[in-house]
Design a binder for this molecule. Sequence first.
Ligand code: HEC
Ligand code: HEC
Ligand code: HEC
Ligand code: HEC
Ligand code: HEC
Length: 227
Amino acid sequence: MQEFHFPNWVNRFTVILIFGGLAVAGYLATCLFAAIHPSIVNVGYQPKQPVPFSHRLHAGQLKLDCRYCHNTVERAGHAAIPATSTCGNCHGGDRVVEGVSLGVIQGESRLLTPVRESLESGNPVEWIRVHNVPDFVYFNHAAHINRGVSCVSCHGRVDTMEVVTQVEPMSMKWCLDCHREPERHLRDPALITKLDFVPPGDPLEYGKHWKEELKIKTNVSCSTCHR
Ligand code: HEC
Ligand code: HEC
Ligand code: HEC
Ligand code: HEC
Ligand code: HEC
């Protein structure tokens, strides 16, 4: 019986097919990993902080404006985490620093020990970051805050959160979805930190009004966010 041989080119083709297939499978697996890995899609991320600071109490019940503590959001790319001296205005443990007497609220509270220690030593409280986009992405708070996009569109109802949790994926698709159709999220910039605001009448008409009023032109070209 005569032995059958594939021509040589078939062998090479088979090899290419197998390795090509493996490469594609590997690529897809990597993409899938990237898509579901918690460090990349952080929805629900809620680290344990050194002080159990409650936004529900301070921003919700006490109605402190977000900018009382995050006082750079309107001017800078980053929203500053407040210095301990901001907490000291109310929780200073009755100390006098540089001639100013600090607040006495919960002055003995054990939960506030790291705050009092930080005021004493000058070392900051080591808050753990909740939100983080990769370094190759350019994001800027002021570019949104001054253009009618409220904190609530990106961070949810922080004023009802006992512990801050990431509620949006902060993926490229998420950024682009809004940049393609910003009118669903626009409002009077004066109401930017009013997280419970409900637009009067038809929300879409309201957004369109502010899109025109503020002459919003959102950009989806790559260099907007990758520069
Ligand atoms: C009394 C000061 C204070 C006020 C008022 C305040 N915050 Fe904060 N915020 C903090 C501190 C301290 C942290 C860091 C600890 C933490 O994550 O809870 C923080 C963290 C955050 C984070 C998470 C930051 C990260 O690490 O990614 C967001 C988002 C945020 N605040 C939004 C808001 C919004 C929106 C408002 C207004 C509704 C607000 N904050 C009002 C003090 C404040
Ligand atoms: C404008 C005043 C004010 C500022 C500023 C403020 N707080 Fe408070 N804080 C309060 C009040 C009022 C309470 C509730 C006190 C009570 O329940 O008796 C409170 C309660 C707390 C508690 C709970 C204490 C306990 O033992 O129950 C913690 C923790 C706390 N604050 C942390 C912070 C931190 C951290 C900052 C700075 C980022 C801060 N606060 C800034 C007014 C303030
Ligand atoms: C258009 C979406 C968007 C809006 C609106 C927005 N944020 Fe953010 N915020 C982000 C993103 C994205 C990050 C992560 C930034 C990074 O990793 O560089 C972030 C991070 C933060 C942080 C952590 C510090 C920092 O800058 O990285 C704080 C605090 C914060 N935001 C507070 C606020 C407050 C308060 C408002 C409203 C006054 C607000 N944000 C509005 C998207 C938004
Ligand atoms: C909820 C809506 C919304 C989301 C989500 C959003 N943006 Fe924007 N973005 C806007 C609007 C509105 C403007 C202002 C456009 C203008 O000024 O005409 C803007 C402006 C910007 C600018 C400034 C543009 C310039 O030309 O200087 C940058 C950069 C930017 N966005 C990056 C991002 C990134 C990165 C993300 C995701 C992490 C993001 N945005 C998510 C609505 C959004
Ligand atoms: C509105 C902001 C925005 C624009 C415009 C934008 N990107 Fe991105 N891009 C992001 C963000 C945010 C991430 C990070 C996503 C993450 O961490 O999951 C990202 C991630 C990426 C990555 C890394 C791989 C990935 O998917 O995570 C590549 C590659 C990329 N972008 C290419 C582009 C190209 C090409 C364009 C133009 C066609 C573009 N981007 C336009 C916001 C943007």
